[in-house]
Design a protein around this ligand. Structure first.
Ligand code: ASP
Length: 402
């Protein structure tokens, strides 16, 4: 049973003098503070996976760096990290085992934007998007053309599929799942996953996958997570928005997108106005989660327009989440498979992190990383309490706490 949160009171954040950075909360001790009023400038916010890198981005802002450069330095962390399988190197691949990356960026002061989609063999696609912005008359390059442009601009071609991601992909292939057939928004869509998992075969299937994971050499402590990734193809991304002391703003979003996707699938991350939007007069916002749903509500742009009309970052984000709910007429049997988090920064430094659900799975709440002199990781405020990808209470082996 889900319950809607009517309102979560915002708590003003403490500020500190000077550019020194203090750690207000560690990842294991996430706060639920949400700034509802002007914060200290400069300020930089990102998805939770930016937490280890956000302080360095903040320092760049303090030293007068361009706001887009500061965001790019934050998202480069997960892009270069082979252990982050949602972004850049080591991202989970498409159904053919090829990593395809998407990214977009907006530079507030010059009011420019650019994006790249379905890019193979190039790791730092957020920087590639900036190259498109700086060195072409276009806003978006995709696929092979984007890759050739990258090489022409000096980017290195490399295989982005790590051994760990390849093993999980091989396991997924054994699950005989695919992305063909009616999607979630199709009237004829059926919850086949739940039907399947409620059968007594579920435990046999789990054990079959576990044995396969073992044969593939997936470490025992990673097997459960790997099986989860094939049952619930994960999304994952990083967005970052920055506001300088001068009041300049930029944002960028970068991702390997939805795992096991059809080749050529682009999510919301490279769509200006969906996965990322910055308006120097209003604010900057970005998204992680179910890209298909976010594209349909032009999420980041809707948030900016809501704030332009006077809404707070929190209200602007919640109103946009409700548009997703409206697209499904509140059908919770479908919405439970939708995940969405918005990271929102207003021009005066007020910010919010809001989510449709508390997290993907129990014990792992969605979070927003923030640095305005104090570096911290805060839980987002969710419209619905619960997780979007809950293993149903079923006939699963007791070893599974998926
Ligand atoms: N929104 C991304 C996509 O759909 C994935 C994510 O953010 O998790 O490609």
């Amino acid at each position: 049973m889900v319950t809607r949160r009517e309102f979560v009171a915002g708590v003003a954040l403490g500020t500190i003098a000077g550019p020194a950075v203090t750690s207000a909360s560690a990842a294991s001790n996430i706060d639920t503070h949400q700034s509802m009023r002007a914060a200290k400038l400069p300020i930089i916010v990102s998805a939770g996976n930016g937490f280890p890198y956000i302080e360095a981005g903040y320092r760049q802002l303090v030293e007068g760096a361009d706001t887009l450069d500061a965001t790019l330095s934050v998202v480069r962390g997960p892009e270069d990290d082979p252990g982050d399988d949602s972004v850049g190197l080591g991202g989970l691949p498409n159904e053919e085992g090829v990593v395809e990356l998407d990214a977009s960026c907006m530079h507030g002061p010059s009011r420019r934007a650019a994006a790249v989609g379905g890019v193979r063999n190039i790791r730092n696609v957020s920087r590639l998007a900036r190259e498109v912005m700086l060195h072409t008359g276009h806003v978006m390059l995709v696929g092979e053309g984007a890759e050739r442009f990258a090489v022409a601009r000096g980017f290195k071609r490399e295989d982005l599929l790590t051994e760990d991601s390849r093993k999980v992909w091989l396991l997924w292939k054994e699950s005989h799942a695919d992305w063909w057939g009616p999607g979630l928004a199709d009237p004829s869509w059926k919850d086949r996953l739940r039907q399947r998992l409620h059968t007594s075969d579920a435990s046999r299937e789990y054990q079959r996958l576990q044995a396969l994971a073992q044969d593939l050499g997936i470490a025992p402590d990673l097997q459960q997570a790997a099986i989860r990734k094939i049952v619930f193809p994960p999304t994952g991304t990083i967005h970052c928005s920055a506001l300088s002391a001068k009041g300049e703003m930029s944002g960028c979003t970068t991702t390997s997108g939805l795992a096991w996707k059809l080749p050529g699938r682009c999510g919301d991350s490279p769509i200006i106005g969906a996965g990322c939007y910055t308006d120097q007069d209003v604010g900057s916002a970005g998204a992680t989660g179910s890209g298909e749903e976010n594209i349909k509500v032009a999420g980041a742009h809707s948030i900016i327009e809501n704030m332009r009309k006077g809404m707070s970052p929190f209200d602007a984000g919640m109103e946009t989440l409700k548009r997703i709910v409206r697209n499904y007429n509140g059908d919770m049997d479908r919405l439970k498979y939708v995940d969405m988090t918005y990271y929102i920064l207003r021009k005066d430094g007020a910010y919010a992190g809001v989510s449709l659900w508390t997290g993907y799975e129990p014990g792992k709440p969605h979070s927003i990383a923030v640095c305005d002199g104090t570096v911290r990781l805060e839980k987002t405020v969710s419209l619905y309490e619960g997780v979007s990808q809950e293993w149903p209470p079923l006939v699963v082996p007791s070893t599974s706490t998926l």
